[in-house]
Design a protein around this ligand. Structure first.
Ligand SMILES: O=C(O)CCC(=O)C(=O)O
Ligand SMILES: [Fe+2]
Length: 306
């Protein structure tokens, strides 16, 4: 790793925070470990978020085998594989699952690549992780419908950077965005989180974590940004219809990514985005690690003189 690859540029970072008027969200992230950014601040058009809903509903139908609609959810009864993993696996409880993920969104359609480089989202994430060291981890959609169980009584509370050994520091090792493509309400299965928990420097402890969790109620089009140490999960969706989000998850470059974007993503797609240069950087295409051929200079015998 070269010195320049890890050096920070706080000046440019604070310029980004200032030029987009993000000071109040930075403060919220410091205090609560989470901030909700309204559409007029992040600037990603509602029409393009609605386009995502159409793409995701069509993709859900392809994957599951029945139609999905916002007011009804799946139009047929669906079964999960017996060993299906869900966040409720953090507890011993079992129940009927009512969500799945659509993964690798940046390969699916340009609109998801544009969302991943939204300058406001990236500025806030870089504020927590570091400007030059922020990379993509994964781009997934949470497709959720009515179901009393949800993640069970634990609310699936976890911290995204939980696999990293303690102690954690102030800087986020990972940081996340959840774009609300539909309204978030308590009854509708809102995101759940524990304000200030990013400062606990600890993994969630139950049942305290679920008792302390509050819903993030926000209209569709809102952007939820949160620190990798923030305790969070979701409430069950008690009402008919669907809750859809896009989770664009970011990481420090020394943390492994969820999706193998460096190795298995069609790099030409980066050029078909709002900001190819930023997409390439966040995708880590030019990073020194991981290497798959030796990358260090090797000395050779010097030319012999006489
Ligand atoms: O909305 C949810 O169900 C949880 C989202 C989540 O845990 C995440 O995006 O990391
Ligand atoms: Fe999470």
């Amino acid at each position: 790793m070269t010195e320049s690859a890890v050096s920070q540029s706080p000046k440019k970072l604070s310029e980004a925070i200032e030029s987009y008027g993000l000071q109040e969200y930075v403060l919220q992230l410091e205090v609560d470990g989470l901030a909700v950014v309204p559409p007029e601040v992040h600037g990603f058009p509602q029409a393009r978020l609605d386009e995502m809903v159409d793409i995701l509903l069509a993709e859900a139908e392809k994957m599951v085998g029945c139609a999905f609609s916002l007011d009804r959810g799946p139009h047929a009864k669906v079964d999960f594989p017996a060993d299906a993993f869900s966040l409720s696996a953090f507890s011993e409880e079992t129940g009927e699952l009512s969500q799945f993920l659509i993964q690798r969104l940046a390969s699916l359609h340009r609109v998801f690549r544009d969302l991943a480089v939204n300058p406001v989202a990236v500025a806030l994430i870089r504020h927590m992780v570091g400007r030059k060291v922020t990379r993509f981890s994964s781009h997934n959609s949470f497709i959720k419908w009515q179901g009393d169980y949800g993640y069970g009584s634990s609310l699936g509370i976890h911290a995204d950077q939980m696999a990293v050994p303690l102690p954690w520091g102030h800087a986020a090792l990972t940081a996340n965005t959840n774009w609300c493509l539909t309204d978030y309400s308590l009854e509708g299965g809102a995101f759940a989180y524990v304000p200030g928990s990013h400062k606990f420097g600890a993994r969630p402890v139950q049942p305290k974590a679920a008792q302390m969790a509050v819903p993030v109620e926000a209209p569709r089009g809102s952007l939820i940004v949160f620190h990798g140490a923030t305790w969070h999960g979701a409430f069950p969706r008690k009402i008919a219809g669907m809750r859809i989000s896009v989770a664009n998850y970011y990481r420090h470059l020394m943390i492994t990514s969820q999706e193998d974007i460096q190795g298995a993503f069609d790099r030409s797609l980066a050029e078909d985005s709002d900001n190819p240069e930023l997409f390439r950087e966040l995708a880590g295409f030019a990073d020194a690690f991981p290497y798959n051929t030796p990358n260090q200079p090797v000395p050779r015998v010097a030319a012999r003189t006489g």
